[in-house]
Write a protein that binds this ligand. Sequence first.
Ligand SMILES: [Zn+2]
Length: 267
Amino acid sequence: MAFEEFDDFESALKALIDKLDFDLENPLNDVDKVLCIEPHPDDCVIGMGGTIRKLTEMGKEVVYLCLTDGSMGTTDESVSAHELALTRRREEEESAKMLGVNRIIWLGYKDTELPYTVEARNQIIKVIRREKPDAVLAPDPWLPYEAHPDHVTAGRLALEAVSFSPLPNVVPSDLQLGIEPHQVDVLGFYYTAKPNYFVDITDLMKLKLRAVRAHRSQFTDDVWEKWEPFLRTVALYYGKKVGTKYAEGLRFIPGLFLHITPFAELI
Ligand SMILES: [Zn+2]
């Protein structure tokens, strides 16, 4: 059917999505390499640790890009920022290994002060161009009531970096260094209130909780007393939407709809 014959939005949108060559039912099917961007050294596992484990078990490569050093994540006055950053690096390496992730790239911005700048965006573009992931995952910057600026900034920077990394005139010095432009096929968000894709993690919940708990500096016994119920409740929330006990919810949006699109929320 020729597109000019569509006279209602719903059928046109369906046909348009069919044209896009983007499988919203299985967005990670044809993906071999995933770059999971996190503001702090525990967000990938909290947001999508079960999904990451499933991907690595399928033989896909997952690499973390951690934007800040996590140096502010303590209420203990006896721990210095420098000391905490070192501890958190070790904890993140241990936690990542439990999910089958062996590489973590650190940008080292100061925790709580991730800058929303062209410089920070260009750093992420450089990583995307070097790593050439098929998919990039990041926190949803439009999560309602999110209080942490690093999370909002990380999501926005990731989205912009994915949009600009194929454009050779953006940071042309990359090209002189032999770092070629790269098109990311799939962009997704974790920590989202508008999930459109769910991963059943019922069998992986135990492992996920252990991998979260590997961040011992963050989850002391008293903190864990609230966090374990919290994490289980989040997994039940997503699970209820898809008919499993525990799930992780992600949001994928085709690239065409990440700009000037009044109905991107409907995807
Ligand atoms: Zn965080």
